[in-house]
Design a protein around this ligand. Structure first.
Ligand code: GLP
Length: 270
């Protein structure tokens, strides 16, 4: 059973993540962070950056692996996840860019037709995560259809990093980053698999707003199904799901989640 924490603001959620990761880095200066794009993690990165600055935490040894990348966008494209992760995480936190990896780094805009390179990139990425000793804490957003990373409904819950076809809904959701023009949104991506994500030692999923309420309810209280890939989190021994009131709107067990967070022993971190 995952821990569900209902917060009032994204800032409050960000502070929970920031505190947890700051403590991790203090204890393990070469911690391996699993990174995600999207708007949901932004307050969390901001909170972490603030604590790092205030407490003068040395992050020079911190390593990072992002979840996913579009196929066909060069690394320099401003909406490539390579560029996004560098803009939203690496720079504000002051991480060493050489220690932060994105699944498409080896592809750099290679077209979908370049099957050999694309097929090799996934297993190589999983091997690199493994060689780094695995991910300590993976931050996750969630798509309106229950995807994590870019694991769309129907994704194998045992999958490794690989190429996936984006759903039309995801392309519509993400068109806002491409001049509201769905035709500019790539049709394919390379994403850590659900099996890859499940190997991280701690998962922190953040979801805000009414648009995520159904996906959150399916994830937490629905059956475990590849139809809602995020529901695999129910099988993870340390998953923390932080949501605001709107995203919690369709949870049936809300009172218990609140009660258990209020009565959480002071010695227990998220
Ligand atoms: C994209 C990303 C996901 C992210 C999702 C939700 O599809 N690949 O990792 O979780 O968007 O984004 P947002 O947090 O902006 O709602």
């Amino acid at each position: 059973m995952a821990e569900v924490i209902i917060v009032k603001t994204q800032e409050e959620a960000g502070e929970l993540y920031g505190r947890s990761v700051a403590d991790l880095i203090k204890a393990k200066p070469d911690a391996v962070l699993g990174l995600a794009t999207g708007s949901s993690p932004l307050a969390a990165y901001k909170a972490l950056a603030k604590i790092v600055k205030e407490e003068s935490i040395d992050v020079s040894g911190v390593r990072g692996f992002a979840l996913d990348e579009y196929i066909g966008l060069p690394l320099t494209h401003p909406e490539s996840y390579h560029a996004t992760i560098h803009r939203t995480v690496v720079e504000p936190l002051g991480l060493d860019p050489a220690k932060v990896h994105v699944p498409g780094d080896a592809l750099d805009g290679a077209p979908l037709e370049d099957g050999e390179r694309i097929a090799a990139a996934g297993p190589a990425y999983d091997a690199a995560i493994e060689a780094a000793g695995g991910i300590d804490v993976q931050i996750l957003g969630i798509g309106t259809d229950g995807h994590v990373g870019f694991n769309e409904p129907g994704s194998s819950l045992a999958s490794g990093t690989r190429v996936k076809t984006l759903t039309e809904q995801t392309r519509i959701d993400n068109a806002r980053f491409f001049d509201d023009d769905i035709n500019q949104v790539p049709t394919h991506c390379i994403t850590q698999g659900i099996g890859t994500i499940m190997k991280a030692r701690h998962l922190v999923l953040l979801a805000f707003g009414a648009g995520k309420a159904e996906a959150v309810a399916e994830t937490v209280e629905g059956g475990i199904s590849s139809f809602c890939p995020a529901s695999a989190l129910q099988l993870h021994p340390h998953a923390t799901i932080i949501v605001d009131e709107e995203a919690a709107g369709r949870l049936r067990n809300k009172d218990y989640y609140r009660y258990s967070f209020e009565h959480k022993p002071a010695w227990q971190a998220i």
